[in-house]
Ligand binder design. Sequence first.
Ligand SMILES: N[C@@H](CCC(=O)N[C@@H](CS)C(=O)NCC(=O)O)C(=O)O
Length: 210
Amino acid sequence: MYTLYGTRGSGSAAVEMALELARLPYRIVRASEWEPDSALDELRKVNPLGQIPTLVTPGGQVMTESAAILIHLGLDAAGPGLLLPVDAAARAQAIRGLVFIPANCYSRITVIDYPQRFTIAADEKALDAIRQGTRKDLHRNWEVFADTFTRQPFLCGDTPGALDCLAAVVSRWSGSRAHLREHRPAFHDVLMRIESHETLAPVFKQHWDN
Ligand SMILES: N[C@@H](CCC(=O)N[C@@H](CS)C(=O)NCC(=O)O)C(=O)O
């Protein structure tokens, strides 16, 4: 059984979705840096950055970094073609997308959430300037993603895969969905399709419905 460290509304939702699609058995340990009552000490033991998602495989291997986790599941743990396309060219693009998101979008969320890590200025105005500038950059990067990864009906092909899971989760934050609805409506439709897929909808509901 896999152990997934994560919490509601966080990036662990993407890995949970992938585990559901692959029908792999897992348990969730609630842990996050912003929940002091969670299993944070346990999380930090396996991931010194204290970040989620963190996945421990049935063999006891620790996997961190959303892209690495999803690529690992797609290549080694799920059935062929379940999370990553079988066709080599399509698979290459899916892996490209899986790295694009943490590199250019997820990383911006870290800056928006923790601007104090990226400056020696301590006043709220300086921190807010970082937040606002990064948000603009985040939205631009999602536009580039939408223009680059155009597969339909899902980003991985006929059925949702690893890239769909990560895109649908990371685009949930910092006003990205509203921005995409206005500026990239066709891509926004794909995100909505991913969210309403029969296997994934219950995970979204658990993470984002009040
Ligand atoms: N590069 C990591 C980023 C993970 C990440 O930033 N996760 C957030 C939650 S969604 C977190 O745990 N942040 C706490 C922190 O950075 O201290 C990945 O792609 O998995």
